[in-house]
Design a protein around this ligand. Structure first.
Ligand SMILES: [Cu+2]
Length: 329
């Protein structure tokens, strides 16, 4: 796959029987206007059509805190309803993928709570295959989500205390795991420390990829599902203000993925289970299931590229830009 441009991805994907191409769709951005790149550069032609269930620009900064109840003996219960649904999603302009989703979106909603909360997740399987939700973190094994397998039409309620604080994950754990994960059943699960974290511009980035022709290799790579989405429209952030990115790797089929930031460096809080800033770097390697909090400030205004440092992944969709601004609009 090495060396393919986004345009080639599109041609490749159109050759697949499971994918549709909408030739009537608008083509508002034939290149990246902020970089002046043409088809000789990286990117895709056209744009994905906004979706009522999922927009990567909304997903980036959206945290689902659930429904809150105060418990009689003190403390807080947070509840969510998560429904597994089969759904076709657009992963690049005109490239559709037959996903299995939590609540109709890939990744699933970013669940957020505070250490010590009692969590209740009502899982309903409205999909066509058996699924579960396996949460990372500490909890009784019977709430771990590798069993029971929840069959289509069935439901299961997961209940456990949120701990330890950190950046965690959830995903389906039904065999064959590789297939259930790759189809889109995963999401981010953030447990905040009781005292919270310092204020920052917070974002969630899930590194993922899609095997559009089912050959066991990925054709499209991204953060937050849509190839080059933050390349077409950069993420605006104010300069000299703290930013915090919750990064997770859910890429299937490839052994590692990575996050590389240009023109700035970030501090790594590994697995988010610490309040102490760790290593200062600009490139972080991550295995599937690894997730870390990255904290940084942009010193200078202007475009700061970020991407996988595996060039192949970047060229196939996993790249974008932060745009540092002196003043936010
Ligand atoms: Cu599953």
């Amino acid at each position: 796959m090495a060396g393919l441009t986004g345009a080639s991805v599109l041609e490749l994907a159109r050759g697949s029987s499971v994918l549709g191409a909408n030739d009537a769709r608008p083509n508002p951005e034939p290149s990246s206007p902020h970089t002046g790149m043409s088809h000789e550069g990286m990117g895709v032609v056209g744009a994905t059509v906004p979706d009522d269930r999922y927009d990567p620009r909304v997903f980036l900064t959206h945290f689902d805190y659930g429904r809150l109840e105060s418990l009689p003996g003190g403390g807080t219960r947070r509840s969510w309803e998560i429904v597994a649904i089969d759904r076709e999603i657009e992963i690049a302009p005109g490239v559709f993928f037959p996903a299995w989703t939590y609540n109709g979106q890939v990744p699933g909603p970013t669940l957020r709570c505070t250490e010590g909360d009692l969590l209740r997740v009502d899982f309903i399987n409205a999909g066509s295959h058996p699924h579960t939700i396996h949460f990372h973190g500490q909890h009784p094994p019977e709430m771990d989500g590798f069993e029971p397998i929840v069959r289509p039409g069935e439901r299961f309620v997961y209940e456990f205390e949120a701990k330890p604080f950190g950046m965690h994950l959830y995903h389906c754990h039904t065999p064959p795991l590789k297939r259930h994960l790759h189809k889109g059943l995963y999401g981010v699960f953030i447990v905040d420390p009781p005292e919270g974290r310092p204020p920052a511009n917070e974002m969630v980035m899930v590194m993922n990829a899609f095997d559009t022709n089912f050959d066991g290799e990925n054709e499209v790579y991204a953060v937050n599902t849509v190839a080059f989405c933050y390349n077409h429209i950069p993420i605006d952030i104010p300069v000299r203000q703290p930013c915090r990115v919750y990064v997770a790797n859910f890429t299937e089929f490839d052994l590692i993925n990575s996050f590389h930031l240009h023109a700035a460096m970030f501090r790594v809080l590994r697995t988010g289970t610490t309040l102490e800033s760790g290593e200062l770097t600009d490139t972080l390697m991550m295995c599937q299931g690894e997730r870390h909090i990255l904290e940084f400030e942009l010193e200078h205004p202007g475009l700061h590229m970020f991407h996988a440092h595996q060039s192949e992944f970047a060229e196939l969709g996993w790249m974008g830009f932060f745009r540092g601004l002196e003043r936010m609009a």
